[in-house]
Write a protein that binds this ligand. Structure first.
Ligand code: GLP
Length: 242
């Protein structure tokens, strides 16, 4: 696992370049996208590169990590809406080739198909991840088995609290989500994780220094052969004992 300590601006640029290089090397590649505030700068850079004719996403397939249960694509808080609004509507990706887990209707049955869909597409070439303050990745909360595939998960109180900043009130935050499992994420060929701010410092310290344990879901990443963790000074501060 590589760790890069740099500014948010620098990581947004480097990670966007990784995505662009991946698409240029294989225009039919499979990209793994995440939601939350962390990847937004990367997505803005991808949109800029597309507008400058540096890259085309027309043959790219994508898979997102997770979706809230109970929110459909027209709901502004759904992750499908987030992806359309913050990336897909601004580039030439074919929306039919973009996949976000389904959080309504027969979402449980669809969740069981998600890993097969990823495998049929050839597997994810490059996956971007954020991280929760409790060390969750996607919506794999502490205690999630390392061999988990896409499943329906209960959100922890701390995650509901963290994510309530995007909703009008905490009561509106869904308590369940469909999420790629930890084993699903580990199948990606290359993984980059972004963490900024003091709120992430404890999880980053655990990821870098502690034992690999289901209590800290992100710690499974240490077993992956190609992971780079991008952190700013604040997120890295507890590693230095500050
Ligand atoms: C949610 C998402 C995660 C994301 C996390 C952190 O819980 N399910 O995928 O990593 O939020 O979000 P942010 O980047 O806004 O801190």
């Amino acid at each position: 696992m590589k760790v890069k300590v740099c500014t948010k601006e620098k990581m947004d640029e480097e990670i966007a370049n990784l995505f662009i290089d991946t698409v240029k090397a294989n225009p039919k590649c499979v990209l793994g996208f995440a939601t939350g505030s962390s990847p937004l700068g990367v997505y803005n850079n991808l949109i800029k590169a597309y507008n400058n004719n540096e890259v085309s996403f027309k043959d790219v397939t994508s898979f997102n990590l997770d979706e809230y249960v109970g929110l459909d694509e027209n709901n502004e808080q759904s992750y499908r809406y987030f992806m359309n609004h913050n990336l897909f509507d601004h580039i030439d990706i074919n929306k039919e080739n973009t996949h976000v887990p389904c959080g309504v209707g027969d979402y449980e049955a669809k969740a069981q198909e998600y890993d097969n869909e990823i495998a049929s597409a050839g597997g994810i070439d490059l996956q971007i991840l954020g991280i929760g303050s409790d060390g969750h990745i996607a919506f794999n909360e502490p205690g999630t088995p390392f061999d988990s595939l896409t499943h329906v998960a209960d959100l922890k109180e701390s995650t509901i609290q963290d994510n309530s900043r995007f909703f009008n009130s905490i009561e509106e935050v869904p308590t369940k989500a469909v999420t790629m499992g930890l084993a699903s994420i580990m199948k990606a060929k290359k993984i980059v994780l972004i963490a900024t701010g003091l709120n992430k410092a404890k999880a980053i310290k655990g990821l870098i220094l502690d034992l690999i344990d289901v209590k800290l879901p992100c710690s499974i990443l240490r077993k992956h052969p190609d992971v780079t963790i991008y952190v700013d000074k604040d997120a890295y501060s507890k590693v230095l004992g500050k």
